[in-house]
Design a protein around this ligand. Sequence first.
Ligand code: UDP
Length: 275
Amino acid sequence: MGGAKTDIKLIDENGLRFDGRKPDELRPIRIEANVLKRADGSAYLEWGGNKVIAAVYGPRECHPRHMQDPLRAVVQAKYNMASFSVSDRKRPGPDRRSQEISKIISEAFEHVIFTHLFPRTSIDVYMEVLQADAGTRCAALTAASVALADAGIPMRDLVSSCAAGKVQDTIVLDLRKEEDNFGEADMPLGIVPRTGEIVLLQMDGDLTLEEFNKTMSLATEACHKIYELQKDALRRKYGVTDDEDVQESVDAVAESVPDRQEEAEEAFEDEQEES
Ligand code: UDP
């Protein structure tokens, strides 16, 4: 990003991209919910050349025990790239990049999950990238969000994610590998579509303020489209056909979940006094 030179014409004379897309066009996306029997919730997602599977377990007893929080569930997201997912074999096991991505995804979900309902537990979110073509953190976050809903974890909303950036002086949506490698900027974004809150924002490269605003609005608009695909995947799985039904049940959960924060804090204080 930002420096590497290429002879590939990433934007042609008609303003079209390397793969024929317009600057504001997403790659094709397909999402399927509930694809694994053993997990509490799961999802499979194909996004251009990316293939990601997400599995959710919990809320379950938190291990290691020192990680337990007496007031809320901890969200432990684990992003992993399979060795065969990239053109050069990726060395198996955790590295700095996957630890960083796991951390930011955990934090994004902590904002939407009603963690205070499940003190001392862990909600484990596994994301396996089977094939990578740039934008895998957005793909993993999007898939994991559907898997969390599939697991029945109470949340304020799904999280939807998409990147936008700059390639050969053009602001473009959803960069693929060549654009990511030889472009000038890449900015992954994750939002809570119902409220517009930002739960993930990173940037690799440089943008002027004006370019940043344009990139933000492109990515935000795309997140809303992806939100529809996520809901559609859940609707297809659970046979809900009416969009209003989905919105109603999301609203009902959000309203009916009691705020047990105070209750949990009191219980914690009592416990501290006793010990
Ligand atoms: N990539 C790779 N090997 C690695 C890490 C990344 O080939 O060890 C590729 C992969 O296609 C990935 C892309 O580089 O999707 C961009 O990686 P980045 O760190 O920007 O994250 P992403 O865009 O996938 O969220």
